[in-house]
Design a protein around this ligand. Structure first.
Ligand SMILES: Cc1cc2nc3c(=O)[nH]c(=O)nc-3n(C[C@H](O)[C@H](O)[C@H](O)COP(=O)(O)OP(=O)(O)OC[C@H]3O[C@@H](n4cnc5c(N)ncnc54)[C@H](O)[C@@H]3O)c2cc1C
Length: 609
């Protein structure tokens, strides 16, 4: 099947955007009767002509790319070229190096990966300025991409001009840093300045493996720095160090008028605040970020186990027991990452720790596993409790991991690929994923109080009757030290994050769906069925958290209440920042700040013009 017919079959972009465009083209402003402001598509006469594109290309030193779709050579799925491309997209670094690359493929009824018309492969701030100005002057749909990890496809749009920051990847470590204009108002601290195109693995390599310090970044190390920080950003050890946005000291950002601004606590403080968790590319294009560095813990470790309950009743008891155990032992800076309660009555433990030795860790978990062992009529331990720890400095060191934990890290084997290009086996479950549904819910710490535990455990059990529920303990700040909670408070994120003990994630889809781009149809009937089931699971859990907050970058594409879910009471302040720095709405993303004023594809302004 050819690409175009596959997308039509899937019922997704670009046909969806074509339809929206033609509907919007006829639209007029009710008050004035004049046509509404509409961005230009390649099929229209006002699309820039070849000379204008050439002028832009010249301005940016020849780095304008006419973007080919991913798997462009897959005309027939069985061809050698196609097989090679399908093999190549199993490497997240390769995908990140493609102008059309997105780390996930799409979302049923939401979006499907599609190339921009052109990309500015920026290497300097001046390139970004040129791209922003060109898009504004020529009324183009502008998208920005760094690491390409948006679940919601917000770095992807048909008929757009892409500002692609991948090549802006300088990393400079400072022994002492004070933000511009903050002299005398801010304590000097060690810091790192990273280009907006960096992915966390490269930052960890420079800061931790080579530099022996800690920087708060993402858990998934192929995520881009700018996208993560504009989400708020959690890493495995966020319970110890807070959010990535909380560690931001300064950024450089190109605003809609083409100015490059330095933003920090003392200069353009409103924009600085908005960038910290206000969502990707709603306020400008970030070109660099400076983050505070911390002392590296001596030891990082992980604990793993898996348990199968033999009956629903036993599983309900396990959940209840775990909730009490969690409340007593795990809501503190030592712990992070995930426990998953499966719809098949399984319990999977996959957590990390710092600041404790193996003996202390074993002691913490002993009562829980003693209880399991004492109920062998109810439970089977399918994977025994295991602790794996090592020097903090080697946590992201590919060579060390490959030697000491074979099978855990995968290397980028492309000729000339940087040595530190490794990724972890579990990441392959999301690479190329086509999502069916996704819910995230911040779980307030009061649910762990003794008089709420049973109600919460029952809701958790009810949710698992539909779909697996994962509790990401590192994505809620209850139990984190006060200074890092205060830093997170001074970001645009929904304040629900501050008092949440975890983020519940209920999600599903199919991995490796790049094959869909080579003509292998997606099973939409299954996708719709799963989407409905995932929603039911979310509803069951929300019974104990009505009006819950949700993590902007890991959330439901179709959340109707997104302004509240992502930003809560911070939304009006964020809108004011948007109006000040981007009054014409050059920057648009699905469910981004101010996106209510635009058609779903970001091409037509809906508000009075
Ligand atoms: C496999 C996977 C694992 C993840 N793991 C984590 C995790 O451990 N912790 C966590 O908190 N989140 C995680 N996320 C969510 C992730 O942090 C967000 O999706 C983040 O926005 C991705 O940033 P990116 O640069 O990689 O993606 P992109 O798709 O390139 O960008 C995401 C958004 O940010 C915008 N953006 C990118 N660069 C810039 C820039 N320079 N200036 C302005 N806007 C920009 C884009 O336009 C887009 O709207 C994960 C996502 C995936 C797919």
């Amino acid at each position: 099947m050819k690409r175009r017919s596959m997308l039509a079959y899937a019922g997704l972009a670009p046909f969806a955007s074509d339809l929206m465009a033609s509907a919007a083209r006829g639209a007029t402003n009710k008050a004035s009767g004049l046509p509404r402001f509409t961005r230009v598509r390649p099929s229209e006469p006002s699309w820039p002509d070849a000379a204008k594109w050439e002028e832009l290309n010249h301005q940016i030193g020849g780095r304008l790319i006419k973007v080919k779709p991913l798997l462009a050579d897959c005309t027939t799925a069985s061809s050698a070229e196609c097989k090679a491309e399908l093999e190549a997209v199993k490497n997240p670094y390769y995908v990140g190096d493609q102008p059309a690359g997105t780390q996930t493929v799409g979302w049923v009824d939401g979006w499907m990966t599609v190339p921009s018309a052109y990309a500015v492969a920026a290497t300097t701030t001046a390139d970004v300025v040129a791209g922003v100005n060109f898009a504004r002057v020529n009324k183009l749909r502008l998208v920005v991409k760094g690491g390409g990890h948006s679940y919601q496809g917000t770095s992807d749009s048909a008929d757009s001009l892409l500002v692609w920051t991948r090549a802006m990847n300088d990393i400079v470590v400072h022994e002492t840093f004070v933000a511009q204009g903050c002299e005398g108002k801010q304590q000097p601290s060690p810091a790192v300045t990273v280009g907006a195109g960096c992915v966390w693995m490269h930052v960890y390599d420079a800061v931790t493996t080579k530099g022996g310090r800690y920087v708060q970044g993402g858990g998934c190390a192929t995520v881009g720095v700018a996208g993560l920080i504009q989400s708020g950003g959690f890493g495995s050890f966020s319970k110890s160090f807070g959010t990535a946005a909380g560690a931001l000291l300064e950024a450089e950002v190109v605003t809609a008028d083409g100015q490059a601004l330095v933003v920090n606590r003392c200069t353009n403080a409103d924009l600085f605040w908005g960038l910290k968790g206000g969502g990707g590319s709603s306020l400008g294009v970030v070109t660099s970020l400076t983050l505070r560095l911390r002392e590296l813990p001596a030891v990082f470790g992980g604990v793993n186990a898996a348990i199968q309950a033999k009956s629903d009743a036993a599983f309900r008891r396990l959940i209840r027991r775990f909730v009490a155990f969690y409340s007593d032992n795990l809501v503190n800076p030592h712990w992070g990452e995930v426990v998953t309660f499966g719809a098949d009555n399984t319990f999977v433990l996959s957590m990390v720790f710092q600041g404790m030795d193996d003996e202390q860790v074993a002691k913490v978990w002993q009562p829980f596993f003693d209880w399991i062992d004492a109920s062998s009529q109810d439970f089977i331990v399918t994977s025994p409790f295991a602790i794996n720890s090592g020097p903090g400095r080697e946590w992201w060191n590919g060579e060390f991991i490959k030697k000491n934990r074979p099978g855990r890290a995968i290397s980028d084997e492309r000729p000339g690929a940087p040595e530190q290009n490794i990724w972890f086996a579990e990441q392959n479950t999301e690479l190329g994923a086509f999502f069916h549904g996704f819910q995230s819910i911040w779980l307030p710490a009061f649910l762990l109080q003794e008089d709420h535990q049973s109600r919460f455990a029952n809701a958790l059990f009810a949710a698992t009757r539909h779909w697996a529920v994962a509790l990401h303990s590192n994505k809620g700040l209850a139990g984190t030290n006060a200074a890092d909670v205060t830093a997170a408070k001074d970001t645009a994120m929904n304040p629900a994050v501050l008092s949440a003990f975890a983020l519940a994630i209920i999600a599903g889809g199919v991995p490796g769906a790049y094959t869909a781009l080579a003509g292998q149809p997606l099973d939409l009937a299954v996708a719709h069925k799963n989407a409905a089931t995932i929603s039911l699971s979310g509803d069951a859990l929300r019974k104990v958290v009505p009006n819950a907050g949700s993590y902007v970058s890991e959330s439901n594409f179709f959340d109707k209440n997104w302004q509240h879910s992502f930003w809560g009471q911070n939304y009006p302040r964020l809108v004011a920042v948007k109006k000040k720095y981007d009054p014409e709405g050059l920057f648009f993303v699905h469910h981004g700040v101010g996106s209510e004023e635009w058609s779903a594809d970001g091409f037509t302004r809906l508000a009075a013009d």
